[in-house]
Every structure is written in C-alpha cells, then in structure tokens.
Design a protein. Sequence first.
Length: 277
Amino acid sequence: METGDRAVRPHPGRGRTAAFFDLDKTIIAKSSTMAFTKPFQAGGLISRRHVLRSAYAQFVYVTGGADHDQMEKMRAFMSALCAGWDVATVKEIVAETLHTIVDPLVYDEAVSLIEGHHAQGHDVVIVSTSGVELVEPIGEMLGADDVIATRLEVVDGRFTGEIDYYAYAEEKAEAIRRLAEERGYDLAGCFAYSDSITDEPMLAAVGHPHAVNPDRELRRVAVSRDWPVLVFTKPVALRSRVPLPPAKPTLAALAVGGVVAVGGVLWASARKRRIGA
C-alpha cells in the first residue's frame, strides 16, 4: 500500500533510535548533480560538451541503462572536474548559495517526517553518495543530527580528484552499523528511507525500512518484503517551513557550488556492484 508521509510511531524496545535518510530523490525532488549543472555552466567552468556529458550521467542515474565501462568512464570524468579546487573556497561559497538552489527542491513530506522523528526524540542522519561539502550544509538546513557522505581526497587544501571514502550501496549499511555501535542505536527500532535499489542494504539494515518514490527494482523488493512505499509529491520552499539566512548568490559562487555536486555522480563506478533483488 502506498501512502504519503506516514506517522512515526515510537519503538518500545531499548536503545536509542535514529532515522536514516537518503538525499537525492528522497529528501530533494531531483538529483543534486542536475540541480547544480546549469550554475556550473553559467560560471564558465565547463563547456557545453561537458554539460551534455553531465546530462548523460543524469540520464544513466534515472534509467540505469549504461554498462559498467560507461559508468567507470563517467565517474572518472566527473571526479576529475574537482581536481585543483580550493576546499575552503568551495565551502564558503556553498554556504552562501546552497539554499538558493536546493531550497525549492525539498519535499514537504520529507520535512514532515524529519520533524516527526525529532518530535519522538529520534536522531536524524542523512546518508548520501554526494560529497560531504554539499551534504553537511543541507543537513544543517534540515536540522539533521549527523551526515554520512562521500569524501573527496584533499591535499594542501585542494581536491585532487581522487576519492577517500565512497558512501555507496553496501558501504552505506556498514556506515550505519558503525554509527549504531558508536551511538548505541537499536537498529531493530531504527528507520530508513530511500528511492533506489542501490540502497537496499541500507534499508535492510534497520527494522523499519521505507521505499520513497522507489525505482522499479526497489518497488519490487519493497512489495516482496512488505516494506511501506511512500509517495512524496510536494516540493516546497524550505524557507516556508524552516527559517533560513538571506541568500547572497553571485555568478562565481554558483559556479563553484557546482563542484561539490560532483560527489552525486560518483555513484556511477559502483554500479558494477549493483545490488540485485
């Protein structure tokens, strides 16, 4: 049975409780990479040809139609775009511009769920394949208690284009288990939300998994395992739900903001480890 945002019920067991949320297409109504592609181009950092290749990555993300070699080439292309960017500058500009881009894309239903979990005394953790420089500010906007995200390698304050930690598929589940051990979460009483079959390990790691606007494969798994299927349909300006600081967008700022969205495409190479159902 499909529903909107379902009421959160407290778990009677012992231990702390957390709710783990995927980011793209679960909290945000589209891929964070696609959200930043146009500003990235507007700043002159990528050519029209690069924009088209980024659009292809988005197409692959939606359809899952590319083979493993194509995915690896796309991952290498996108991660290389970051090489040489100053980390401090990226963080500063993201802080100034993020809500201008992401604010209108947040699902109202997701915000309600987050509020509901907090009202029950649950921690809220965003678990995303996107880069930590992007995910942490979004988490702060939403009032999340913690984030798990991809970390790009940094040397002398600059991105090298390599990956230190890749938060994808089974690694998301492993990270959740490590955090549960550290924080004392009772995973049997915890919640998880995602749209993608690649997050099946994360959903299966908790006692209360939820498929949100699921892709075809995740829908099949959810139905077979009797997982709730939630339908989110109402993107809302976050400022209408949560007070936000005034935006200070500039062309250069929007351009550099696109760099941290690269992490949202790094999922591509790991599709060769794609989870089956």
